[in-house]
Design a protein around this ligand. Structure first.
Ligand code: SF4
Length: 425
């Protein structure tokens, strides 16, 4: 989401600034930040300290901090981090030219007002850091779910969806420029909802089909979905259109009903597994990945075992796994005690990690001998003679270059694998 937002920022500033590859020659330094874990914020603070040398060499350099950390800490950040000239929250990017001007005039500037409408839908993002093959399209912003551990509803505001016409326009522009893959993005992407003037409702299932129908050559992905909004009609659309990738990232967070209730995830393990069964029934080859939080408040050994059981039952291809990190202002921080001792969190995390590594390897081993269509994304880091791309299930496959170019579709047969990568002919 931050990559997509930074592309919007680049577009808003494009009349007066261009992207530099060397920060030493920059007049303006912007950092787009994440608040979802404390660790992310600590890394930003470290980066700000490193920037001090750059600013000493060039006192005219303007340093701005964007995104969720600005929204969460507000003006306080300006007094804590003296290197900062201004801060802007995720809904304030249209005001960046004014904020930068104020900062140049020596004022400490900030705008952290959240909007209930802002979607930046009339701005054509500048894809400054992409591979020319895959791009993000932000289709909705914000979240209404208030999971008890999560800071996002406070830093990104309420849910709001973009007019489908502007989404289709952006996707068509990408097709015209030769892009072969789009990822439709939102904090809670499958709760996308748009009311047309004639009261027709466009939901996420309808939207993804519209995007897929633009071109059979365009692959369509999406992130991130909430289990409560994985409807049968969405699964059917994924199954129906070959160019909607057979891949669903479905964050479960915990396998324990007690923890899911405490997290306010609004589903239980039975519901979640029923949705997984529906996915596997309608899209038998679907790649499924997840997010997991280990050591949430009051998590017992039994809750932890439920999570391991859930992982085994689903057989995730991969997972983003985290130890619980308290985020100030959330219900969990206010009302619950972060009472799982650090060593216990670490041990449970290792068990989750080890299990996931085994599941990933087993999943990859099952693909050996299978043939996939891969969208070529780049040259392998290990050899100029090898290319890499992803199959529909979002697995990375490395294969010999032959006559293929970046952006081609290649048909490859997997010959061996590691836990992270499939290797093919
Ligand atoms: S669905 Fe829950 S975890 Fe995801 S962004 Fe919203 S509040 Fe956070």
């Amino acid at each position: 989401m931050n990559v997509a937002d930074s592309e919007v920022v680049a577009a808003i500033l494009s009349d007066n600034y261009q992207i530099m590859t060397d920060p030493k020659s920059a007049d303006l330094f912007l950092m787009n930040t994440c608040s979802v874990r404390d660790n992310a914020e600590q890394r930003i603070r470290k980066r700000l300290r490193e920037l001090a040398a750059l600013k000493k060499r060039n006192p005219q350099l303007i340093v701005g901090l964007l995104g969720c950390m600005a929204e969460r800490l507000k003006e306080r950040l300006l007094s804590e981090e003296h290197i900062l000239d201004f801060i802007a929250g995720p809904d304030a990017y249209r005001t960046l030219p004014t904020l930068i001007q104020d900062a140049s005039d020596g004022k400490h500037a900030f705008n952290v007002i959240l909007s209930i409408q802002e979607t930046y839908d009339d701005i054509d993002p500048i894809r400054y850091d992409g591979n020319g093959v895959s791009a993000f399209i932000s289709i909705m912003r914000g979240c209404n779910n208030f999971c008890t551990y999560c800071v996002v509803p406070y830093t990104r505001g309420r849910e709001r969806s973009r007019n489908p016409k502007t989404i289709l326009h952006e996707a068509q522009q990408l097709i015209d420029k030769g892009y072969k893959e789009v990822t439709l993005l939102g904090q809670n992407v499958n709760s996308y909802h748009w009311n047309e003037e004639d009261d027709t409702i466009v939901d996420f299932a309808a939207l993804i089909e519209m995007v897929a129908l633009l071109s059979p050559q365009l692959r369509v992905r999406f992130a991130t979905s909430h289990p409560k909004d994985i409807s049968d009609s969405l699964i059917e659309k994924i199954a129906k259109h070959e160019n909607i990738c057979s891949y669903i990232h479905l964050p479960v967070q915990s396998g324990s009903d007690r923890m899911l209730k405490k997290m306010n995830r609004v589903y239980d393990s039975t519901y979640y597994l029923e949705r997984i069964a529906a996915i596997k029934r309608m899209i038998p080859d679907c790649g499924i990945t997840t997010d997991l939080i280990v050591g949430f408040c009051d998590e017992t050994e039994e809750d932890h075992q439920d999570t391991l059981k859930m992982m085994e039952t689903v057989g995730y291809n991969s997972a983003y796994m985290f130890k619980y990190s308290v985020r100030k202002g959330t219900k969990a921080a206010n009302d619950f005690e972060d009472n799982v001792p650090e060593e216990m969190k670490a041990r449970r995390f290792d068990e989750v990690l080890n299990l996931q590594q085994r599941l990933a390897l087993e999943s990859n081993q099952r693909d050996v001998g299978k043939t996939f269509t891969v969208l070529v994304e780049g040259v392998s880091k290990k050899s100029d003679e090898q290319l890499f791309g992803r199959n529909s299930q979002n697995k990375v496959i490395v294969f010999p270059k032959a006559n293929h170019q970046i952006g081609d579709y290649a048909t490859v047969t997997v010959t061996r694998c590691t836990q992270a990568t499939l290797l093919a002919d």
